[in-house]
Design a protein around this ligand. Structure first.
Ligand SMILES: *Cc1c(COP(=O)(O)O)cnc(C)c1O
Length: 419
């Protein structure tokens, strides 16, 4: 399907919505306008490609296909099977994995399935602590993970903010976890998968790679792949990959059946076949040269953003970034993360406050901000635009609100639009 076809389908559906529900249609139009007038620098956000959007609203949205290709609990699944097999084969090829499960509805449900495949309630799990960049699904008491498993948290060093592999090994030897989770939500550096594997082997633990944030970078070969090292890799298709909102599990052929059963029937019913189809599209797009160029813009852009923040007096954690992510400490500027977030949002720059490792401030205030370049790189921005955006953020943080900055951001957003 071409971009024009996809846009057409979307437009027709939008017209039907306007007829049926003008109230919600207005709300969505306002959201589209809000996005068009601002820059999305939230680390997990992106722009789905038009082809992905078309598959999402395509006919498979109505198909019930509980089970797996060839083993469904519903009739009329031959084409749904073909779409899912396409998604599975493309995922296996893109990530050089022996097995892929494309049914998880989100990153968190993929984590649930990974734990279910390998662990029993009460098992000890060693994962990056939430304060140091771990996700909710890495042991938050508010999440199933923290209630059903016994989590031990490792962290980053205070001086260079890099993962303290010495501490990981020490905690692994002390607590003998059943699984070690590597990866997090706001860690801007590549992860040493071989070393994590070594530590897991030393204590006979499973290794779970939690890479929702950087799935696109791994697909494009920009970040090292955990697939050869991890027992189960938990990925997401909606962040850097530009696919539909959803999760993805990769594992060895040996663990395939356990992983599949952990998704369906253990933790989900029928898969959203439109999302599965859209994942197939995203995997194909991720193999194109255009995707590689987009990733390069994202990573180059994040580097210049980190440099601009450093220059403004908000040091980026770990001194910079290897990815699309930047986490910076705004406390030297006398600001909290929340104040920085609000000030930027008022100038149409959408980024997030972020609690830092060893943060003294309450979580609701936080001392840091987190930015990601996925969405702006998808719009076509690269090094030079992000160098300007970084300078604008620096001015906002050091000199305070200035309406001219919001104006300039609107101009940039309009110039790039939705690519
Ligand atoms: C985004 C993310 C998740 C959660 O994904 P959802 O789809 O929001 O449930 C889990 N773990 C990591 C590391 C993530 O980056």
């Amino acid at each position: 399907m071409t971009v024009t076809d996809a846009t057409e389908v979307h437009w027709e559906a939008a017209e039907a919505l306007r007829q049926a529900d003008p109230q919600l249609a207005d709300l969505l139009a306002a959201e589209a306008a809000r996005r068009a007038e601002s820059l999305q620098l939230l680390a997990g956000e992106n722009l789905t490609s038009p082809a992905v959007l078309s598959a999402l609203t395509g006919p498979l949205i109505d198909k019930y296909a509980e089970g797996y290709p060839g083993h469904r609990h519903h009739s009329g699944c031959a084409l749904a099977d073909a779409a899912e097999l396409l998604a599975i084969d493309r995922a296996k090829q893109l990530f050089a994995a022996e097995h892929a499960n494309v049914q998880p509805r989100s990153g968190t449900s993929a984590m649930l399935a990974a734990y279910a495949a390998l662990l029993k309630p009460g098992d000890v799990v060693l994962a990056m602590s939430l304060q140091h960049g771990g996700h909710l699904s890495c042991g938050s008491r508010a999440n199933f993970s923290g209630r059903w498993f016994d989590f031990i948290g490792y962290g980053v060093r205070e001086d260079d903010q890099l993962i303290d592999l010495g501490q990981v090994r020490e905690l692994a030897r002390l607590h003998r976890p059943k699984a070690i989770v590597a990866g997090g939500i706001s860690y801007p550096r590549h992860i040493d998968w071989a070393e994590f594997r070594k530590i897991a082997d030393e204590v006979d633990a499973y290794l779970i790679a939690s890479v929702a944030q950087v799935t696109g970078l791994i697909a494009g070969g920009v970040a090292p792949s955990p697939v050869p090292y991890a027992d189960v890799t938990v990925a997401a298709t909606h962040k850097l990959l530009r696919g539909p909102r959803g999760g993805l599990l990769l594992c060895s052929a040996e663990l395939a059946e356990r992983v599949d059963r952990a998704v369906f029937p253990f933790s989900q019913g029928g898969a959203a076949m439109n999302e599965v189809a859209a994942k197939a599209v995203a995997f194909a797009e991720a193999g194109t040269p255009a995707f590689g160029e987009y990733l390069q813009r994202a990573v180059d852009g994040a580097r210049v953003l980190a440099g601009a923040l450093a220059e403004a007096g908000a040091p980026p954690l770990t001194g910079g970034t290897d990815t699309h992510l930047v986490t910076a400490d705004v406390s030297p500027l006398g600001l909290t993360g929340r104040e920085a977030e609000l000030r930027c949002a008022a100038a149409q720059l959408m980024l997030g406050k972020c609690a830092l490792p060893y943060d003294q401030a309450p979580v609701t205030e936080a001392s840091g901000i987190r930015l990601g370049t996925g969405a702006v790189a998808a719009q076509g921005m690269g090094r030079s635009e992000l160098s300007e955006v970084g300078a604008l953020i620096g001015r906002l943080l050091t000199s305070g609100p200035d309406p001219r900055i919001g104006e300039r951001v609107r101009e940039l957003a309009a110039a790039f639009g939705r690519r």
